[in-house]
Design a protein around this ligand. Structure first.
Ligand code: GDP
Length: 430
């Protein structure tokens, strides 16, 4: 059976923690999209880790960690991450890389940098991990799949063909150093050595595993609002972040995905530009940012301060719907314990009308939040393990959000650790 763990919002919802927790009872964890441009932060008995490309299951010896074909594989980053784990005494994880996964090329990262430089103020706020140039090349059919490393003659010819186009841009648009074919080939041969022990047919492996009754977790990166198609285009990531894409990016039938656990954060945070209706500013934002997450809302990959805001019912309802949510994991709720009153965005006002559905980007830019204030609970809820023990106002907050988004909140996360979780029976769960 396949379960997907995905984000309802802009990313950083705490998917890493939820995947890590669910991985205790899973056999295989698959990354199916995205690259090393975002990170999961995981805290466990070995220490605190920021993972950018390894799946969150790497800390268990009973799981196999898989890089699906949908991922943007940055080979050196991937291997440095493995090294960072073994250095901290984490046992060497079992890893499989899809032979159909494509690799981020050194020039993809350069192109990302050069393009941001060229656009200056109008830039997308890219993490400069090469993700947009990578996916552009993948769909333009000028990308490189891992298996191509093993056919050296054809690889050389392809490099020669592909860099002609790249070098025109480098010379005439960006005025930067050109790509040297021999150097690139040598780099790819280094990559080959690094990936060789792990490469395999992921789709066939998963097919066998499912027939044997194994449990597979699909681990999403970012969230619905950063999905290329359904997010706040163009301030999105360059891959599909919704669970449906898990079937494509892992190579499994769509009907195998039986549970979609959508991770939804108790307030909002976002990195990069783009419309963010429930965003807050000034001292109010500063306080939430510093108290947020586990040690503040700062990017796991870039260290950039995240934009923050109050919970957005409109965006989260949409976020959960597009994921095909069966269960909501409501996270980082403990952070809100300092507030007397908690504002929640319950609607969007657009040109004098209230919208109930999340709109397209140009309309979103003009939306004003409609606020409702709920009473706070004014205490620390970390350490609580049963729903009934939560303060009444805290339960009311959860139940209000559940009613607004219309999907069952069956898990409440009240701390960064694996055991900081409260299971709950939801009236919406059939
Ligand atoms: P992901 O990209 O969705 O996996 O999210 P991140 O790992 O970047 O962000 C979540 C941050 O919040 C990490 O620092 C986690 O350790 C932390 N975190 C996760 N769940 C909770 C929670 O329930 N409470 C608190 N305080 N922190 C949490």
């Amino acid at each position: 059976m396949v379960k997907a763990v995905v984000g309802a919002n802009w990313g950083d919802e705490g998917k890493g923690k939820i995947t890590d927790m669910l991985a205790q009872n899973a056999d295989i964890i698959v990354r199916f999209q995205g690259g090393a441009n975002a990170g999961h932060t995981i805290k466990n008995e070995y220490g605190k880790f920021a993972l950018h490309s390894l799946p969150s299951g790497v800390f268990y010896s009973h799981t196999t960690s898989v890089i699906g074909n949908g991922v943007a594989l940055n080979v050196p980053i991937f291997f440095n991450e493995i090294r960072s784990l073994t250095e901290k005494n984490v046992p060497m994880p079992k890893i499989m890389i899809s032979e159909r996964a494509q690799m981020v090329m050194p020039y993809h990262i350069k192109f990302d940098e050069y393009e941001e430089e060229r656009l200056k103020g109008a830039a997308f706020g890219s993490t400069k991990s090469g993700i947009a140039p990578f996916y552009s090349d993948k769909f333009a059919k000028t990308g490189f799949q891992v298996n191509e490393l093993f056919d050296e003659k054809t690889l050389k010819e392809k490099i020669a063909r592909v860099i002609v186009q790249k070098n025109v841009l480098l010379e005439h648009l960006y005025h930067k150093p050109l790509i040297d074919a021999d150097e690139l080939f040598a780099t790819l041969m280094e990559y080959k050595k690094m990936v060789e022990p792990y490469v395999g047919d992921v789709s066939a492996f998963l097919d066998r595993a499912l027939k044997e009754g194994k449990t597979v977790l699909l681990e999403g990166q970012l969230g619905t609002l950063k999905d290329t198609d359904h997010g706040i285009y163009p301030m999105v990531t360059s891959s599909n972040t919704i669970a449906a894409y898990g079937a494509v990016g892992a190579g499994i039938p769509p009907y195998e995905i039986k549970e979609v656990i959508t991770v939804c954060k108790a307030y909002s945070s976002a990195v990069g530009g783009g419309a963010f209706v429930s965003e807050i500013f000034g001292d109010e934002a500063e306080e939430l940012r510093n108290r947020g997450g586990d040690g503040g809302e700062y990017g796991a990959t870039t260290g950039r301060p995240r934009r923050v805001g109050w919970f957005d019912c409109v965006a989260s309802r949409y976020g959960c719907r597009l994921q095909g949510t069966t269960d909501v994991a409501f996270t980082v709720l403990d952070v809100l314990g300092y507030l007397d009153e908690i504002p929640v965005c319950v609607g969007y006002e657009f040109e004098g009308e209230e919208l109930s559905d999340f709109p397209v980007t140009w309309k979103l830019e003009h939306c004003k939040p409609v606020w409702k204030k709920l009473p706070g609970w004014k205490c620390d809820i970390r350490g609580i393990r049963s729903y009934e023990e939560l303060p009444e106002n805290c339960r009311k907050y959860i139940e209000f959000v559940e009613e607004q988004i219309g999907y069952p909140i069956t898990m409440v996360s009240n701390g960064p650790a694996r055991e900081d979780i409260i299971y709950r029976e939801s009236p919406l769960k059939k």
